[in-house]
Design a protein around this ligand. Structure first.
Ligand code: 1GP
Length: 229
């Protein structure tokens, strides 16, 4: 099975996935063993990426992870400089909630040469930024406005437009370190309309929040900040 097919199968079987997000700039490779010893046993994937990452850090961190872990490593790049051929797959993100061509198509075109010369599995992903109560770095760096949590219809229509464009996954993002995560209401509305796997992340810190996201229809929950400490 490809990495995407595995996620699609989890969606069909109602199996829940947990991705731990590693921001390469905040990760110490010397501590990689300790980090993995302390991961929850439910973790199924490692995501690597950040809004801005120092050049070369992504490759170094992915290589270090690969030495100690057999979990699939999926890139979650903030821009084209964060493509590492050492990873297994790539969330090929398009920030479809925003109107900044830089993150709708420019960075994607820039990353093509690196992707072509790698074995990375490319997973077309519609990335939707939703207001999580504070200005997060993805909002600052992308210079886009998150969709208000109250604007359910706009979130659903944006996700549907993503599906019609051929995105295989939709990522509902409140932003790393968000004050509150994407609401159950939004996750339910999108999952009942779309019937493709949903990734949900940003501001999820507790088991309760994680289970709420699953119950509402998320196939994969992403947690970053909660594990950085
Ligand atoms: C951010 O969705 C991820 O892109 C994870 O967010 O760091 O708040 O867990 P947190």
């Amino acid at each position: 099975l490809s990495y995407l097919q595995d996620i699609q199968q989890a969606f069909v079987e109602n199996r829940k996935l947990l991705a731990i997000l590693i921001d390469p700039d905040k990760f110490d490779e010397q501590q990689v063993d300790v980090f993995f010893q302390n991961l929850p046993c439910e973790a199924t994937h490692i995501l690597v990426g950040g809004s801005t990452v120092e050049y070369g850090r992504t490759c170094a961190v992915v290589s270090a992870i690969k030495l100690v872990s057999t979990l699939p490593v999926i890139l979650f790049p903030g821009d084209s400089s964060q493509i590492s051929s050492e990873a297994d797959a790539l969330l090929f993100l398009s920030l479809i909630s925003g109107r900044n061509p830089e993150f709708l198509i420019e960075q994607q075109v820039r990353s093509v040469e690196k992707i072509k010369s790698s074995d990375l599995e490319v997973i077309p992903t519609g990335y939707i930024l939703i207001d999580g109560g504070r200005e997060t770095s993805v909002q600052k760096v992308s210079k886009t406005i998150p969709i208000n949590q109250k604007d359910l219809k706009l979130v659903v229509n944006t996700a549907l437009a993503g599906k019609y464009l051929g995105k295989q996954l939709i990522y509902l993002e409140a932003g790393s370190g968000a004050e509150y995560p994407v609401s159950s209401e939004i996750i339910e509305a999108v999952s009942s309309t779309l019937e493709i796997p949903l990734i949900v992340g940003g501001g999820i810190r507790t088991q309760q929040q994680m289970h709420n996201a699953y119950k509402s229809g998320a196939t994969m929950v992403v947690m970053g900040t909660a594990f950085e400490k």
